[in-house]
Design a protein around this ligand. Structure first.
Ligand SMILES: NC(=O)c1ccc[n+]([C@@H]2O[C@H](COP(=O)([O-])OP(=O)(O)OC[C@H]3O[C@@H](n4cnc5c(N)ncnc54)[C@H](O)[C@@H]3O)[C@@H](O)[C@H]2O)c1
Length: 323
């Protein structure tokens, strides 16, 4: 029997779905999360409760910035594969809480690298972000992994790009294979309440107005959670050679304007939103658009769920969760 997979951020949105897929496939999982209050910890507890229904799931509550905790846990369980998803997410929060990003994203990433090095893992897969591409207009072509990533417009983006560079140095120095995943706007059931589609839903259903930033002109490559998980699993089973470090875009590759997303959400919820237009906020980018040819060539990756279907699934989940 293979050793358990260590998943950080297991009580998070992407983390819960990744753990569930692994457990459904018969893997054993050790999940780390600190259940911090960046958004309602009750949602994180509810996600962890779902995972705890699997006998092959072990939950370790703790902070990934505590390198002794992470290293000891990895050693005790003989971990050979790590999926590192824990981070301080969100662009706007980084304007007021910079040190949360330093702790979870920089110090935290380094603890994971050290645990991976000391266990000489077979593969470390970790979350990066589309935000590393900076503020780019929506042009004909999607963002490619070899495009420049030297102009982050938020501290969040800067820490995510820094994680990639830290990983690059560790891969060169120590050899264990590593893959970084640049996720593009993940959404779906059990999602993050700080993200627009989720907070809009809460406001629309309470009859409150929604604030539409960037005067509605922004566009996002919304990627349904099952398609995100498909990408994570595809990469996990394709470790690069020793001393190699690869980064992959994981996105739907079909950017959608914010106003179109709102219209689709209104249809899914059966209610119209009262919209208040606002200018773009510091740290936000105009558009995101994934070129996924690299992952496609390696694994045959193909996202499947349309925004309409994905938001309907989200609305169904949200109604049940709030009931
Ligand atoms: N959701 C997206 O659209 C998106 C897009 C790009 C990148 N990402 C990245 O993907 C990863 C997962 O994102 P998500 O949307 O599931 O976010 P999330 O906030 O739902 O999940 C992150 C989890 O990590 C935990 N965590 C944070 N700091 C920790 C620490 N120091 N120690 C232990 N646990 C800690 C949190 O409690 C949370 O449960 C993150 O690295 C995020 O930056 C997400």
């Amino acid at each position: 029997m293979s050793t358990p997979i260590l998943v950080t951020g297991a009580a998070g949105f992407i983390g819960m779905h990744v753990c569930e897929r692994l457990l459904d496939q018969g893997e054993r999982v050790v999940g780390i999360d600190d259940f911090n209050a960046y958004y309602d910890p009750a949602l994180k507890e509810a996600r962890a409760e779902r995972l705890s229904a699997y006998p092959a799931f072990i939950l370790a509550r703790g902070d990934i910035a505590d390198d002794v905790f992470v290293r000891t846990l990895a050693r005790e369980h003989g971990v050979k594969r790590i999926i590192h998803l824990a981070a301080q997410a969100g662009v706007r929060y980084s304007l007021d809480n910079p040190f949360a990003y330093q702790r979870s994203n920089l110090h935290g990433h380094l603890s994971i690298l050290e645990a991976a090095r000391q266990n000489d893992v077979d593969h470390l897969v970790y979350a990066s972000s589309s935000s590393v591409y900076g503020d780019r207009p929506l042009e004909g072509a999607g963002f490619r992994e070899d495009d420049p990533t030297v102009s982050p417009v938020s501290l969040y983006a800067a820490t995510k790009r820094s994680c990639e560079l830290l990983s690059q140095s560790y891969a060169t120095l120590y050899g264990f294979p590593m893959s970084g995943l640049r996720f593009f706007t993940a959404y779906g059931p059990w999602g993050r309440p700080d993200m627009a589609y989720f907070s809009f839903t809460e406001k629309i259903m309470r009859g409150e107005p929604i604030e539409v930033y960037g005067e509605g002109k922004m566009a996002r490559d919304f990627t349904y959670i099952d398609d995100i998980v498909d990408g994570v699993m595809a990469v996990l089973s394709h470790p690069p050679a020793r001393h190699a470090h690869e980064v992959y875009n994981i996105g739907d590759s079909q950017p959608v304007g914010l106003m179109e997303m709102i219209t689709t959400l209104e249809t899914a919820l059966g209610r119209e939103a009262q919209k208040v237009m606002r200018p773009m906020q510091p740290g936000d980018v105009t558009a995101t658009y994934a070129d996924i040819s690299k992952l496609k060539a390696l694994t045959g990756y193909q996202p499947k769920i349309s925004l309409r279907q994905g938001l309907e699934n989200f609305a169904t989940w949200w109604r049940a969760y709030r009931a």
